[in-house]
Design a protein around this ligand. Structure first.
Ligand SMILES: N=c1c2ncn([C@@H]3O[C@H](COP(=O)(O)OP(=O)(O)OP(=O)(O)O)[C@@H](O)[C@H]3O)c2ncn1[C@@H]1O[C@H](COP(=O)(O)O)[C@@H](O)[C@H]1O
Length: 111
């Protein structure tokens, strides 16, 4: 689907930008500032943005959910880059799960 391709392209471009900010000036780049502050700070930001996203979902504010989700995805990309994880490795996990029901997968884990 064309829409899927556009979405994936945005994330891949964002990841490339995030990677390119490694070693940039923390005074002029927020991403570089996060890398400079380290893994624990990056992880904390991902947690904060996740909480803000779920709060807006419970409030039922769709526009705010979109905005907080964008913040969450950006910070998750920074976490992946900090961990040395390429988006393709995550896309591969999702692709492997295609067609497997979450219910069936959980049952198989318990067996
Ligand atoms: N997508 C984003 C993006 N989403 C959110 N943010 C920033 O994330 C920050 C979140 O705000 P908060 O108030 O939660 O954070 P804070 O108060 O600064 O941090 P703490 O006090 O919590 O430590 C804001 O400064 C936002 O501008 C982003 N910053 C950058 N990007 C992308 O990254 C690219 C590179 O940005 P720079 O690294 O700044 O050049 C940009 O062109 C964008 O494409």
């Amino acid at each position: 689907m064309a829409e899927d391709k556009i979405s994936a392209a945005v994330l891949d471009r964002l990841y490339a930008t995030v990677q390119a900010r490694k070693g940039a000036d923390p005074e002029t780049s927020y991403t570089a500032k996060l890398f400079h502050r380290g893994t624990a700070k990056i992880a904390q930001k991902v947690g904060e943005e996740a909480v803000e996203t779920v709060i807006e979902a419970v409030r039922g504010d769709k526009a705010a959910v979109a905005s907080e989700s964008a913040d969450l995805l950006y910070h998750l990309m920074v976490l992946w880059a900090d961990a040395g994880l390429e988006p393709a490795e995550v896309w591969e996990k999702l692709a492997q799960r295609e067609g497997t029901s979450g219910i069936a997968e959980k049952k198989a884990r318990k067996a």
